[in-house]
Design a protein around this ligand. Structure first.
Ligand code: MOS
Length: 754
């Protein structure tokens, strides 16, 4: 278990409830001083370096690799290819559930996408391994790559995301369109994006007989452990994964990737610890991406501006060998009321790596098209875009008809608009300017489902007055070390500095996957329940002992706070944990907790977080250069465990929304199928100068249905709605509606209308 030295908690939050306090990151000092050890920082004795050789073609087979040249290079120890790789206990192309993605583990000479691993060179130094990989000089039998949304005949996938139905309908959309007094139809395109976490996928793997010890970033320790156990034919408890810190995950570290498994295979092959770290360009292929989409929306509205029809169709892409389809149309199930709604997906299979969850899969992509189309419809109705959204506010979830467990979206619109100054917005475009730049304001609605997975936790109270909480949770940078420790402290009734919060390794209780914005709710509820369990056991000791001032109070009759149990009906009667355990002759007492979604509540209520994002852009009318100058987002997402971390998540999400609108675009060569900009010089993401002012307003909801703590999750919602708000602001500045993302300046250079 890695030691994490905790920063001091500010004095003013020491007392009372930890939940809701804006504690600073407890691992912050370690991170900024370099004390936090990331996977690639590990150097076990005798470690060798592995470097991937990857395919430069997208489709065909590897005809020749100059293994002899690579092996002859000084320092090269071994070259792992399909011919000599260690045997696996499971076919990496086997798939028994939707979360089990097919991996490229040198199973044969086929090439299914560019940057697919085709060999691994293992050497005494990184330089020797890198040079050895270059010396392989592969020759290929090349087949023509199928690239782009029109490359192939499309089909309707059996499921989108990880198994949602590909279509949904309520009412009669064609009748709704026919009855409408205003109609729009528009097609929007979003670009492929690749996860570019600051930390690339990395692994240090060491075998000791049949025991495997690894350092690697993971958003899902137990699932990674299970997958490795299957592939190597060993029991999961023989696999120890340490993942205390991730330099970002965004979905691409949710399931263990092929390159990470190749690092384990390399270590097995040479019988020594091996480190394998992806180079930036190698992340453009084998570790997932967000697929491009083409989305067509048809909307109809009556004379009052009420939607009579909403039809949202998505065309997207997946790989030739696996099945992740971006569920972009699904957002139209939940966001606006309309007398008829229809959503559908179709797809083509391309010679790319398999797409994967990428921060707000579905909602991020879908909200761009939906929020642009809603704006176009508002314009057609000559209505203010915010007034139009309020006119079509969904009081219940539209297709399912379920009530929302909570929904403070109206409050988000209100507070966001007030803070932004929306009421001063002229209706017509091209009305505002600043020093010769055109100024525009746009709004977008944010939404993301409130999910829960399964987790367990273990709690301990010790006679010395301290406590322990154990859960194999994941801190990708979102603040799990901090927010979950706050829940632990409250659950144990202890000051946070008296809680030894243990997390980030696979030998701790399973925290589920840190994905779907559900980690705080899922892990948090297991922690909360474990705390309640250990406190109840402690209360049993006291309330059944006639020497205790709590004797006879019963479990329900005590509350835990500040390391003491108090009688609920008479708080002057209390006893410290130390005294209770000491008298019972116990050094410590243990409890367990589990969490899972409540199926009864889930079938009764629709559970979503919401938000409203307001953006200002300034556009140079001559050169088309545009800048987002201001963003205000107001978000309602249940209870906020740590408002400082929440604010950071929401701002990070909104900045990614700016990136979606204006920057990120993986350009694929249509002939070779290779990514043409697999580096952070040419694959653009926003820098500080691109986002001068971002504000998040937090609107707390009391939600009695999502879970007992009322947590909805904030990891993904910030990215939704924002790109649409930016696009709508660009239209408002220029009068030009750009429907292809990212919006680039060439699209804004047109002859001036007047
Ligand atoms: Mo997220 S895309 O569920 O890590």
């Amino acid at each position: 278990m890695p030691e994490i030295a905790l920063t001091q908690t500010p004095a003013h939050v020491r007392h009372g409830s930890n939940i809701g306090q804006p504690l600073t990151r407890r691992d912050g000092v370690l991170k900024v001083t370099g004390g936090a050890q990331y996977a690639a920082d590990h150097h076990p004795p005798g470690m060798l370096y592995a470097v991937l050789a990857v395919s430069s073609i997208a489709r065909g087979r590897v005809a020749f690799l100059d293994v002899n040249a690579a092996k002859a290079h000084a320092g090269v120890v071994e070259v792992m290819t399909p011919a000599n790789k260690p045997a696996l206990a499971q076919d990496p192309d086997e798939k028994s559930n939707p979360f089990m993605f097919r991996l490229d583990l040198l199973q044969n000479d086929r090439v299914r996408y560019a940057n697919q691993p085709i060999a691994v060179v293992i050497a005494e130094t990184l330089e020797a391994a890198t040079e050895g990989a270059a010396l392989l000089s592969p020759r290929y039998d090349t087949e023509r790559a199928r690239m782009g949304l029109d490359a192939n005949e499309s089909f309707v996938p059996a499921g989108v995301g990880v198994g949602n139905p590909p279509e949904a309908h309520s009412g009669d959309v064609e009748a709704g369109l026919a009855a409408a007094s205003r109609r729009i139809e528009a097609t929007y395109e979003t670009a492929a994006q690749y996860h570019n976490a600051m930390e690339p996928h990395a692994i240090v793997a060491a075998w000791d007989g049949d025991t495997l010890s690894i350092d690697t970033p993971s958003q899902g320790l137990a699932m990674a452990q299970g997958r490795l156990a299957g592939l190597f034919g060993i029991s999961p408890d023989k696999i120890h994964i340490r993942s205390p810190f991730l330099g970002g995950g965004f979905g691409s570290k949710g399931l263990i990737s092929g390159p990470q498994v190749l690092g384990v295979m390399a270590a097995r092959m040479v019988g020594k610890p091996v480190k394998l770290v992806l180079r930036r360009e190698q992340m453009f292929g084998p570790v997932g991406h967000r697929a491009p989409t083409r989305q067509t929306l048809r909307l109809g509205a009556d004379a009052d501006g009420k939607l009579t029809a909403l039809d949202h169709r998505t065309k997207t892409t997946s790989s030739t060998f696996d099945d992740f389809f971006e569920p972009a149309s699904d957002i139209s199930h939940t966001l606006y009321a309309s007398s008829a709604i229809s959503t559908a997906h179709e797809a083509v299979r391309l010679d790319t790596g398999t797409p994967l969850f990428m921060r707000a899969p579905g909602e991020a992509t879908g909200s761009i098209a939906l929020e642009s189309a809603i704006d176009e419809m508002a314009q057609a109705c000559a209505m203010d875009p915010l007034a139009f959204r309020l006119k079509n506010y969904a009081e219940v979830e539209p297709i399912s008809g379920k009530p929302f467990s909570s929904k403070a979206l109206r409050e988000c619109y209100k507070q966001g608009a007030a803070r932004f100054g929306w009421q001063r917005r002229p209706l017509a475009p091209r009305q505002m300017s600043d020093h010769g730049l055109l100024v525009g304001w746009g709004v977008g609605t944010a939404t993301f489902p409130a999910l829960m997975f399964q987790a367990e936790a273990k709690a301990v109270l010790r006679q010395d007055g301290s406590g322990v909480m154990e859960i194999g949770a994941h801190d990708m940078g979102q603040g799990a070390w901090t927010a979950l420790a706050q829940i632990a402290a409250d659950g144990l009734g202890l000051d946070i500095d008296l809680v030894d919060f243990r997390s980030g390794t696979s030998d701790l209780p399973d925290a589920g996957i840190a994905g779907g914005s559900a980690h705080t709710a899922t892990a948090g509820m297991a922690i909360h329940n474990a705390g309640a369990d250990v406190v109840a056991r402690l209360a049993d000791l006291a309330t059944n002992d006639d020497r205790s001032p709590l004797f006879g109070a019963g479990n329900a009759g005590v509350i835990a706070r500040d390391g003491r149990l108090f009688r609920r009906d008479d708080e002057s009667r209390s006893e410290s944990y130390s005294d209770i355990l000491g008298r019972a002759g116990r050094a410590q007492i243990e409890g367990q907790g589990k969490s899972a979604a409540d199926p009864v509540a889930q079938s009764a209520y629709a559970m979503h977080a919401h938000g409203a994002v307001f953006a200002e852009v300034k556009v140079d009318p001559d050169f088309g250069q545009m800048r987002v100058t201001r963003i205000v987002g107001a978000f309602a997402a249940g209870r906020f465990i740590n408002p400082r971390m929440v604010h950071s998540q929401l701002c990070g999400g909104m900045i990614w929304g700016v990136s979606f609108a204006l920057h990120e675009h993986a350009v694929m060569d249509p002939r070779s199928g290779r990514p043409m900009n697999p580096n952070l010089g040419e694959y653009h993401i926003p820098v500080n100068a691109d986002v001068p002012s971002v504000e998040a307003i937090l609107i707390e909801e009391r939600d009695a249905h999502v879970n007992a703590l009322g947590i909805k999750g904030v990891g993904e919602i910030g990215i939704t709605g924002t790109a649409g708000a930016v696009a709508n602001a660009v239209w408002h500045a220029t009068g030009i509606r750009v429907r292809k993302f990212p919006i680039t300046l060439d699209r804004l250079i047109v002859p001036q209308s007047s």
